[in-house]
Ligand binder design. Structure first.
Ligand code: ADP
Ligand code: MG
Length: 568
C-alpha cells in the first residue's frame, strides 16, 4: 500500500487528546520532555536490537537527538536516529493506547479539570501531549534495517483521524515536526527550547543537539550557524556520582523512567561492588498506579548492562511484592545477549534481586523509623498506597519476613480510626501485664471487625485488638504465626485463653457457671449435632447471647467466605 490512507483514532485516543489539550495547558512545555523521552527510548531499542545485528546502525552509529526550529514556517522538529517505525507500528503506536490500566483510567475521569489533569499525568501523557501546542503534527519515520523506500509519513491535526503514506526516507529514525498553534511562538526560540531541555531532559544519556547561535556584529543580530552543540550533559544519570546530581535531576529522571507526572516519594542510588557489580537507582512512587493489582503486570525496572539498555520491566530483578518500585539497574556482569529466560536462571540476577530487595526495605525502614515528621508522613502515604502489596511479602519472602512484619501497619481498637497506623511494636508497647499474645480480629470491613461480638471481652479487659480488613490479610496471617516471640491469636478462634489476664476469682466463677449449664450444653450438642462441632459455655461475650467460633486449626469464617466468593 503506497497511497495515502486515512484512519480514525481509537475512541480512547480522541478522548485523551481532548482532555489533554484542555487540562494540561498550564503545563504545555512538557511536550518537549515527552518527545525527547520517546526519542531516547527509540535509541535504546535500536542499541538493544543491534546487539545481535550490527547492520542496523547503517554507518550511522552515533545516536543522538536533534532539536531544530523554523521561525518562518512556525515549526519545531525533534529528530532521532533510533529504531524508527514501520507503517504498521506507526498506525498502532500513534493511533491507539496499548497501556495497561486504560479502562480504569477512563472510568476514573470526573470532568473536573484539575482532578483529571492529575489523573492524566499519572496515566502518562506521552506523544499526544504535543497537540497541546501543535495543531498539526507530521511524523516522518523509517525503521532501522528497512530500505529508504519504506519510509512512512504519519500526519494528524489531532481531531478524529490521521493519515499515513509511504515516503522516501534516507536516514533511519524519526523526525517529528510540530506545526505550532496560533499564539505559541514563544517556543520558536533557541533560548526557550534549550532551557526546557536543561530543565526536563538533562539526564537523557544521548546528546541532545541544537544549532549554535552567534551574535553577528555587522548584522547586529543573532544568526543561526550550521554547527550543532550539545545542550544536555549527555551521560547516563545513574552512572554519575551522587554529588553531581541535583534533586531536580533525580526527579526528572524518575518521570522519564516511570512515565509518571508526579515526583517520587523517595529513592535510593547506589553502586554495589562485591560478588556482583551493579548500579541501582530505585524509586518508590508517591501514588499507586491503576494496575497495581494486576499481578501479571511486569515490574518497573529497566535493565541496562554496561549502559546498554536491555529491557523494560525486568520482573526478575525485583520480587512481585515490590512491583511498584521503578528505576534502573545497570549490571557490569551480565552478558549483553541476555534474555528473559536466562535472567530467570542467572545467579547474578538472584544476587541483584536480593540486594535490591534489601535496599528497598531499608529505604522504607528509614521513612518508617525516622524522627522527622515529614519522613513519617511519607511512610504513612506509602502505607496507604502500597501497604496491601507489601503484605504479600510476608508470604512470598521468607528471608525478609521479619523486616517486612516490622513495616506492617494496622487499624486497632486502641484508636477510633480506620487508618492503618499501628505497628506490632506499638501494640507490644501497650500490652497488659500478663498478656502474652497479640490479638487480632478479621472482617470484611473496618466496621464489621470493630463491632464483632468477639471483641466484647477484650474491651472489658482493656486489651487492644488489631483490626485486619484487607483482602490479603487472611492469606498473610497464614504465614505469620508470631512476631518477636509473641503469638498472633485470632479473637474468633478456639477456646479463648486470656491467660493470666483472668484472675483466680474469675476462673472459679467460670467453672461454677460451666457446671450449672452442663445439662443445657449437652442438650444443645445433641440438637445441633449435624450443624456444630461443639457447643461451649463462653465468657468471651459481655452483651451478645451467643457467637460462632472457628476451630483452632480451621479456616476462619472470613477466609471461608472469601474462598467461597472466589469459587473454591
Ligand atoms: P510511551 O512512550 O509511554 O510508550 P508515547 O505516547 O510517548 O507512549 O509513545 C507511544 C509509542 O509510539 C511509543 O511506545 C513508541 O512505540 C512510539 N514512538 C513514539 N515516538 C517514537 C520515536 N521517536 N521513535 C520510535 N517510536 C516512537
Ligand atoms: Mg513516551
Amino acid at each position: 500500500v503506497s497511497e495515502k490512507q486515512t484512519l480514525g483514532f481509537q475512541a480512547e485516543v480522541k478522548q485523551l487528546l481532548q482532555l489533554m489539550i484542555h487540562s494540561l495547558y498550564s503545563n504545555k512545555e512538557i511536550f518537549l520532555r515527552e518527545l525527547v523521552s520517546n526519542a531516547s527510548d527509540a535509541a535504546d531499542k535500536l542499541r538493544f536490537e543491534a546487539i545481535n545485528n550490527d547492520a542496523l546502525f547503517e554507518n550511522d552509529p552515533e545516536l543522538k537527538i536533534k532539536v531544530t526550529f523554523d521561525k518562518a514556517a512556525r515549526t519545531i522538529t525533534i529528530s532521532d536516529n533510533g529504531i524508527g517505525m514501520s507503517r504498521d507500528e506507526a498506525i498502532s503506536h500513534l493511533g491507539t493506547i496499548a497501556k495497561s490500566g486504560t479502562k480504569e483510567f477512563f472510568s476514573k475521569l470526573s470532568g473536573d479539570q484539575q482532578k483529571d489533569a492529575a489523573l492524566i499525568g499519572q496515566f502518562g501523557v506521552g506523544f499526544y501531549s504535543a497537540f497541546i501546542i501543535a495543531d498539526k503534527i507530521t511524523v516522518d519515520t523509517r525503521r532501522a534495517g528497512a530500505s529508504a523506500a519504506e519510509g512512512v509519513r504519519w500526519e494528524s491535526t489531532g481531531a478524529g483521524d490521521f493519515s499515513v503514506e509511504a515516503i522516501n526516507k534516507a536516514s533511519r529514525g524519526t523526525d517529528i515536526t510540530l506545526h505550532l498553534r496560533e499564539g505559541e511562538d514563544e517556543y520558536l526560540s533557541a533560548w526557550k527550547l534549550k532551557s526546557i531541555i536543561r530543565k526536563y531532559s538533562d539526564h537523557i544519556s544521548l546528546p541532545i543537539v541544537m544549532q549554535k547561535e552567534e551574535w553577528d556584529e555587522e548584522k547586529k543580530e543573532t544568526v543561526v550557524k550550521d554547527e550543532f552543540e550539545t545542550v544536555n550533559q549527555a551521560s547516563a544519570l545513574w552512572a554519575r556520582s551522587k554529588s553531581d546530581i541535583t534533586e531536580e535531576q533525580y526527579v526528572e529522571f524518575y518521570k522519564h523512567v516511570s512515565h509518571d507526572f508526579e515526583a517520587p516519594l523517595t529513592y535510593t542510588h547506589n553502586r554495589v561492588e562485591g560478588r556482583s557489580e551493579y548500579t541501582q537507582l530505585l524509586y518508590v512512587p508517591s501514588r499507586a498506579p491503576f494496575d497495581l493489582w494486576d499481578r501479571n503486570k511486569r515490574g518497573g525496572i529497566k535493565l541496562y548492562i554496561k549502559r546498554v539498555f536491555i529491557m523494560d520491566d525486568a520482573e526478575q530483578l525485583m520480587p512481585i511484592y515490590l512491583r511498584f518500585v521503578k528505576g534502573v539497574i545497570d549490571s557490569s556482569d551480565l552478558p549483553l545477549n541476555v534474555s528473559r529466560e536466562i535472567l530467570q536462571e542467572s545467579r547474578d540476577v538472584r544476587v541483584i534481586r536480593e540486594g535490591s530487595t534489601k535496599r528497598v526495605l531499608s529505604l522504607l525502614e528509614e521513612l518508617a523509623n525516622s524522627d522527622d515528621q515529614a519522613q513519617k508522613d511519607k511512610y504513612a502515604t506509602f502505607w496507604k498506597e502500597f501497604g496491601q502489596v507489601l503484605k504479600e511479602g510476608i508470604g512470598e519472602d521468607a528471608t525478609n519476613k521479619e523486616r517486612i512484619a516490622k513495616l506492617l501497619r494496622f487499624a486497632s481498637t486502641a484508636n477510633d480510626s480506620d487508618a492503618q497506623t499501628v505497628s506490632f511494636a506499638d501494640y507490644i508497647g501497650r500490652m497488659k501485664e500478663g498478656q502474652s499474645k497479640i490479638y487480632y480480629a478479621t472482617g470484611e470491613t473496618y466496621a464489621a471487625a470493630k463491632n464483632s461480638p468477639h471483641l466484647e471481652i477484650f474491651r472489658k479487659k482493656g486489651v487492644e485488638v488489631l483490626l485486619l480488613t484487607d483482602r490479603v490479610d487472611e492469606w498473610m496471617l497464614s504465614f505469620l504465626q508470631d512476631f518477636e516471640g509473641k503469638e498472633l491469636a485470632s479473637v474468633a478462634k478456639g477456646g479463648l485463653d486470656l491467660g493470666t489476664l483472668e484472675d483466680e476469682a474469675e476462673k472459679k466463677q467460670h467453672e461454677e457457671t460451666e457446671t450449672q449449664f452442663k445439662d443445657l450444653v449437652e442438650k444443645m450438642k445433641t440438637a445441633l449435632a449435624d450443624k456444630a462441632k461443639d457447643v461451649r459455655v463462653t465468657f468471651r461475650l459481655t452483651d451478645s447471647p451467643a457467637c460462632l467460633v472457628a476451630d483452632e486449626n480451621e479456616l476462619s469464617g472470613n477466609l471461608l467466605r472469601m474462598l467461597k466468593a472466589a469459587g473454591q
